[in-house]
Design a protein. Structure first.
Length: 305
């Protein structure tokens, strides 16, 4: 791929004695759902604010859609939609009216049909005439995404869009991000602490720690390059543990409970272990890989110190 929507090169930003971002490099390609991950204080918010020209970096360059942000700020930002923190609306006005006002402020000709299409996309078409003050936090977040899409941007930046949502709200935002990518053909830059959600929706990701990149690449490649945590649900975990006592699998046991035994296994090893357990008269009721981006994230950031 060579169609870069975002190019960040050697980006640095310091606030007094705190180095928030240090020589950060990252690339986002057209069509990506790009996961931007890191612990609190890693420099994610600073980077996003620099991408949106809300702060000026001390050094480094940012190119968006092939142009320098420093040189063509207005032109670039007209093609970028974003949600930073929680979106604000006029609570006493309807969802439709809020978007209508914001459409006028955008300076673009945005039709009534486009507004209704966006309300449909975010699952709020049937609440178009409801006042926003009656909306839940999750509904306001989805309306915020509709707002970010009003001017038909090529790049959408979402900073922690699921913060404070219940599990249903998280699922709604996750599904919406997938729809934005597939149906609206948007490139999405997604910052989140909910690592399992990134694993589901993102095709590429970067993990940053202490202001610098730790790892970047395809989500599937990064997750498949390591060991996998696999939970075996068995009839008797004591018997299962004894069955592997004199094998290399014994040292790969992660946890044991009444009817479960968890191993850290290499890729494609679960089938061999299952065969061994069955041959030793252990009934295996289920094999559940529990490898997650969270495991990878914690491993990578701890290795980075």
């Amino acid at each position: 791929m060579n169609d870069r929507v975002v190019e960040v090169s050697n980006l640095s930003k310091q606030f007094k004695e705190i180095k928030a971002v240090s020589n950060l490099n990252l690339n986002v390609y057209r069509g990506d759902v790009f996961g931007f991950l890191g612990p609190n204080g890693a420099g994610k918010s600073t980077t996003i604010r620099a991408l949106l020209s809300l702060i000026r970096p001390d050094s480094g360059t940012i190119k968006i859609l092939g142009n320098s942000l420093k040189e063509k700020r207005k032109q670039i930002l007209s093609k970028v939609g974003a949600i930073i923190e929680k979106p604000d609306f006029y609570g006493y006005l309807t969802a439709y009216r809020n978007l209508e006002i914001l459409a006028r402020l955008s300076g673009k000709e945005i039709s009534r049909n486009r507004i209704l299409e966006l309300l449909e996309l975010v699952g709020l078409r049937n609440r178009a005439k409801s006042k926003v003050k009656t909306f839940s936090h999750g509904m306001k977040q989805r309306l915020g995404i509709a707002q970010a899409l009003l001017h038909d941007p090529e790049l959408v930046v979402l900073d922690e869009p699921t913060t404070g949502l219940d599990p249903q709200g998280v699922k709604e935002i996750r599904d919406l991000i997938i729809r934005m990518s597939r149906e609206e053909h948007k490139t999405i830059f997604l910052s989140s602490h909910i690592l399992s959600e990134i694993e589901i929706v993102a095709n590429r990701m970067i993990i940053i720690n202490k202001g610098t990149a730790v790892v970047e690449g395809e989500v599937k490649d990064l997750l498949n390059s390591d060991t996998v945590k696999v939970k075996f649900e068995v009839d008797d975990s004591v018997k299962a543990k004894k069955a592997v006592e004199n094998t290399g699998w014994y040292n790969k046991i992660e946890a044991v409970s009444e009817n479960k035994i968890v191993f850290m296994l290499d890729q494609n090893e679960a089938g061999l272990l299952n065969k061994h357990l069955v041959e030793n008269n252990v009934t295996v009721n289920a094999i559940i890989p529990t490898r997650s981006l969270e495991d990878f994230f914690l491993k990578i950031t701890s290795e980075a110190g």
